[in-house]
Design a protein around this ligand. Structure first.
Ligand code: SF4
Length: 217
């Protein structure tokens, strides 16, 4: 069992398709009211690795899929450089609805609060319980603190492996949006290189697991 830093009392259970249907009707916090749809995770039912972002953006809200906007494109590039195939991974967010404020016709991302995060933890817990990934990757501080606790500091502790359960280990790295938002170009390149380095760590662990499983057969 993979435990989040703060346990969830009642974890919804079922196949990913069932969980997705249940989450589509979730009213556990007010975010559903102004969003287009629930953006549930995507990927194989028993993916070896789960990548967990923060909250959907405007494009994810319209598409109903995580990581399809600019941050998703940067993540795709980093995954390819790290030797990871997105189609084999389960991608999701800590919070499943888009939160925004309107400026004219533009919907601007607004950070979810602690109450909304707490209400939504049930769905991430359900995804982890169903997929049972061997590796969980928190992208950004929100996901990292959901996995490892509120004292986790992404700047100081990214890229370090931690045990998340008897069969699962996790690490945290930069969220691709944070890389994109980094103002100085030199630091932006550095943050991107750190993201790729951490994803290469994930690729290496997955390869070692595959080898170990192959040898045991
Ligand atoms: S953000 Fe999460 S808890 Fe809130 S309504 Fe959406 S799915 Fe439910």
């Amino acid at each position: 069992m993979i435990a989040l830093a703060k346990p969830v009392e009642q974890v919804p259970a079922g196949s990913l398709a069932t969980l997705r249907r249940m989450a589509a009707d979730c009213r556990a916090c007010p975010l559903w009211r102004h969003a287009t749809q629930t953006v549930f995770g995507r990927g194989p039912e028993h993916a070896a690795a789960m990548l967990i972002g923060e909250q959907p953006g405007a494009q994810e809200d319209l598409a109903g899929e995580p990581f399809v906007g600019p941050a998703g494109q940067l993540l795709d590039r980093a995954l390819a450089e790290a030797g990871l195939d997105r189609r084999t991974l389960y991608l999701t967010n800590t919070v499943k609805h888009f939160k925004y404020e309107t400026r004219g016709k533009v919907r601007l991302h607004k950070r979810v609060n602690a109450t909304e995060q707490a209400a939504c933890r049930q769905w991430l817990a359900a995804e982890l319980a169903r997929v049972q990934p061997r590796v969980a990757v928190g992208l950004g501080a929100m996901a990292a603190q959901t996995l490892f606790g509120k004292d986790f500091r992404i700047g100081a502790e990214r890229g370090q492996w931690r045990e998340l359960g008897p069969q699962t280990r996790g690490l945290a790295t930069w969220h691709p949006s944070a890389v994109l938002r980094t103002p100085r170009e030199a630091r932006r390149r550095e943050a991107y290189a750190e993201l790729v380095t951490d994803l290469r760590e994930v690729a290496a662990v997955l390869a070692a697991l595959r080898d170990a499983e192959g040898a045991a057969r």
